[in-house]
Design a protein around this ligand. Sequence first.
Ligand SMILES: C[S@@+](CC[C@H](N)C(=O)[O-])C[C@H]1O[C@@H](n2cnc3c(N)ncnc32)[C@H](O)[C@@H]1O
Length: 344
Amino acid sequence: MDFHDTILVCEENLDATTTYITKQQQTLAQALADHLPTAHVLALLDLDKKGWQNIQAHGDFLRWSQGLNALPDVQAEVEILHQVCVQSVEQTDVNQEKVTQALQQLHPWRKGPFEVFGVHIDTEWRSDWKWQRVLPHISSLQDKVVLDIGCGSGYHMWRMLGEKAKLVLGIDPSPLFSFHFASIKRYQPDAANFLIPTGIDDMPEGMKCFDTVFSMGILYHRREPLEHLYKIRSLLKKGGELVLETLVVDGDATTCLVPRGRYAKMRNVWFIPSVAMLEIWLQRAGFKNIRCVDLNTTSTEEQRSTAWMTFESLVDYLDPDDAQKTIEGYQAPKRVVMVATYEL
Ligand SMILES: C[S@@+](CC[C@H](N)C(=O)[O-])C[C@H]1O[C@@H](n2cnc3c(N)ncnc32)[C@H](O)[C@@H]1O
């Protein structure tokens, strides 16, 4: 390959990403117009546009878009009921080595797993296990308008669509996740799920548009957890459901851990309440029907380094002599699923 070939490949890569973004913006505009009031449609489209502008300014944008474009251009379908699996509907064989190389341009893969033309993306997290813990306890998503705050790669958004939601919006400000999502969505561009690259703080207040709002793995990263719950309340329709998944510690209604510094090596962990304390937060934020439906200590089988996420993982965050503790001496990660409704 000479210099000119290299330039040509780069331009093709940028074009493929631009095509994806343009197509998604069009289908997003239509889907939002079908389900939300006009004022919110314009606000969300603006957030989407700004989000992609930020992503395009990112130093890794070229590598990621090269990865996206190197994926095979074949007709495919995405199986989403029991897993998230992209499979060709053409007779031609897909070169799995090339698929692996393309997807590896998007390392690290944290949330999944995904299957793409027979290549298994063994992500750091078994997000499917979380979904199995959540799904039996929530209201049916059929024909619902759903928001997934901090949706990561969009793994759960696909599974929500698999439960026949009418529209699934995910928001996440982390640029790489938009590429993970794109590498699946490009094979089903008309699917009714969209990742808007933005954060919860930029979402319009008082939308009151969503039947179900998921907030999974977010609350402990918020410095104002009560504000987060109030914000969710303002996004829900009357009678809408909150599905909240977050870290908790053992203790009673007076217990809440505020780490002195890091928690499990994470810098951005602020409040980890007991379940009883969390119930009070939800009640103070105006939620009713508050239920703790699952409690689970995170295992090193659920969160671990793999060939698709080669950095440190849970085992490195725990005390090597006592897996019940984090490396800082706090209680090891335990996660709760709470379900509640907003009636007013
Ligand atoms: C622990 S992960 C949880 C991912 C997924 N919801 C899950 O349960 O597996 C936290 C996610 O929140 C995203 N995030 C960080 N700040 C955010 C914000 N201000 N608004 C929305 N999402 C945010 C991160 O990029 C990350 O994907």
